[in-house]
Design a protein around this ligand. Structure first.
Ligand SMILES: CC(C)(COP(=O)(O)OP(=O)(O)OC[C@H]1O[C@@H](n2cnc3c(N)ncnc32)[C@H](O)[C@@H]1OP(=O)(O)O)[C@@H](O)C(=O)NCCC(=O)NCCS
Length: 170
């Protein structure tokens, strides 16, 4: 499976809006209205995004950012520094789920983030019942660090990949 990350162009936005409305995405990303607004008006500074291409087809979106101190403290993650990279992902094309694309894209983002020595580790918040997400992050070298309350989303698993866990995940 050849997976690449591509820049998001304005011509891609209708495709992504369709993914945001898909049931399997809104189940974990929430109502599409706010995500659609953020798609058109991305926050300035410390936020990045890329389209996920698999075998030449655009199938999903990955976002990564430095969380703010306020966001981390509200989630009770007082020991997590703002210098970490936090990853959000969706494979918007339902038929493309479970084919290894998500874990490959997560690995690309995490490898790139951890190449920066200023980034101590990469994280993701995965709803406790989102086993596909936890498995995809695990396949990309993350481990289950703890459960926490991701206000207002609910109970989540904090998935963490440290620099020394770059290789060997199964
Ligand atoms: C989470 C998501 C990005 C994963 O992408 P993906 O391309 O399906 O991921 P992969 O195929 O690389 O890995 C998924 C793994 O989860 C497994 N899986 C799928 N559903 C599962 C379930 N209900 N229980 C346990 N494992 C499950 C798959 O079998 C696969 O593991 P395997 O390769 O060992 O068989 C994708 O499912 C998605 O977009 N979901 C909707 C949005 C979402 O939940 N985003 C994440 C928010 S943190």
């Amino acid at each position: 499976m050849k997976v690449r990350l591509l820049d998001v162009n304005s011509a891609d936005l209708p495709l992504i809006e369709g993914w945001l409305r898909a049931d399997h995405v809104r189940r974990y990303w929430g109502a599409p209205e706010e995500n659609t607004r953020l798609l058109h008006e991305p926050p300035a500074g410390g936020h990045w995004r890329a389209l996920i291409e698999a075998e030449g087809r655009k199938v999903g979106l990955v976002l990564w950012q430095h969380p703010t101190r306020q966001e981390l403290d509200e989630a009770g993650l007082h020991d997590v520094p703002e210098s970490v990279i936090d990853i959000d992902i969706m494979i918007g094309e339902a038929a493309e789920n479970g084919r290894g694309v998500g874990s490959a894209a997560i690995r690309l983002v995490a490898d790139n983030a951890l190449a920066d020595p200023a980034v101590p580790f990469a994280i993701a918040a995965s709803a406790v019942d989102n086993r596909a997400s936890q498995r995809a992050f695990a396949k990309a070298g993350f481990r289950n660090d703890r459960e926490f309350d991701d206000v207002p989303s609910g109970r989540c698993v904090l998935m963490v990949r440290h620099r020394q866990r770059l290789e060997g995940a199964t």
